[in-house]
Design a protein around this ligand. Structure first.
Ligand SMILES: *Cc1c(COP(=O)(O)O)cnc(C)c1O
Length: 365
């Protein structure tokens, strides 16, 4: 069998599918990176060979996001979850409030961590609808002198995604983009800070990307432990201590892969096509499948749905498993099914899922 034939249809929510080409490249270089006679796993983070990879990843991220001047790209550990705490530690001073758009469980966690650190407020919430929609931008209510407004660009568990982002004027806009960064072009210059755990759309687990505007960085709290200060990472090119070198190496391979696809505009077209195939199976099912998210809030990355006859869900997941589909069980808070169609999930897998859903409906309606 070829490598392609062995691979499953991987709809895992995270860690998630990586491009086959990236895995093959990593495999080919695993024992001897670039003629060094060493694996990337065995190499000093101070070596010139590693530094090239490290800096290329930063440059490519800036290029793919079309980041204007004035931003730092940082590599951290601790996942997006540590960012929930680090952001208020650094940027929520006494006497100010941090505002949150509550659009899902990850937003709740970010809010709860900030509440331990300082004053918080809710700018909008979609909780009463079990997070099935994104609040409209006009409904966001926060003080003009807020420390920042925090949004979750894509809600991994509920399958909703912001279509547009607010103009926040003097209030810094901060986004958790863990599950949709680099899935489509967007205006990065609106944001003062963007963060993303790598394991959904950027690479493997172990590294978190933080993109921060230098103006915001200059206001950061200086009385924090070294490793909890963004300044530490910014000053030393994220090489103050040992970074997760192999994860960053894989992120760099993924970024090169995205560039080779044609960048974010090309990736967006693919992602739209992929999500459309699966949403079509839902929308054309006469109510056999029920999407969780409101249509105008639907995510291109995480497609959440239930079966009208919930008794059939177990059977559907079983049949999917037999047909080489992985990761389709929904999160326990939503139930049903979730297909995570991140950048690296091929169109063919999404088409195969659509066909499976149609066939299952025919046989069980
Ligand atoms: C997965 C996820 C997280 C949690 O990421 P960790 O790296 O596990 O801490 C946070 N926010 C969003 C939107 C996510 O999808």
């Amino acid at each position: 069998m070829t490598a392609n034939e062995i691979r499953v249809h991987n709809f895992n929510a995270g860690p998630a599918a990586l491009p086959l080409e990236v895995l093959q490249r990593a495999q080919a270089e695993l024992t001897n990176f670039n003629g060094t006679g060493m694996s990337m796993l065995e190499m000093s983070h101070r070596s010139p060979e590693y530094e090239v990879v490290h800096n290329e990843a930063k440059t490519l991220l800036k290029e793919l996001l079309a980041l204007p001047e004035g931003y730092e790209v940082l590599f951290l550990q601790g996942g997006a979850s540590l960012q929930f705490a680090m952001i208020p530690m650094n940027f929520l001073p006494q006497g100010k409030k941090a505002a949150f758009a509550m659009t899902g469980v990850w937003a709740e966690k970010a809010y709860e961590e900030a509440a331990k650190m300082g004053a918080v407020m809710i700018a909008a919430s979609a909780k009463e609808n079990n997070y099935s929609r994104i609040p409209s931008i006009q409904d966001l209510a926060y003080d003009d002198d807020c420390a920042y407004l925090h949004v979750t660009s894509n809600n991994t568990i509920f399958g909703t995604q912001w279509r547009e982002f607010p103009e926040t004027g003097k209030v810094p806009l901060i986004a958790d983009m863990s599950s949709d960064i680099l899935s489509q072009p967007f205006d990065a210059s609106k944001f003062s800070l963007i963060y993303a755990g790598a394991q959904k759309n950027l690479g493997p687990a172990g590294v978190t990307v933080v993109i921060v505007r230098k103006e915001l960085l200059d206001t950061a709290n200086k009385n924090l432990p070294t490793m909890l200060r963004y300044q530490t990472y910014a000053k030393d090119n994220s090489l103050y201590n040992t970074p997760p070198t192999f994860s960053i190496y894989l992120v760099n391979l993924v970024l090169n892969w995205i560039k080779a696809q044609g960048g974010l505009a090309a990736v967006q077209l693919q992602n739209q096509r992929k999500a459309a195939a699966i949403y079509e199976a839902i929308d054309n099912s006469n109510g056999f499948y029920i999407g969780h998210a409101d249509k105008d809030s639907r995510s291109l990355m995480n497609i959440t749905f239930r079966l009208a006859d919930t008794g059939l869900e177990k059977k559907f997941l079983q049949i999917a498993k037999q047909a080489n589909f992985v990761g389709l069980a929904g999160h326990r808070l939503v139930g049903g099914c979730r297909a995570s169609a991140y950048n690296a999930v091929p169109y063919q897998s999404c088409l195969a899922l659509k066909e499976l859903m149609e066939k299952f409906q025919k046989e069980n309606a």
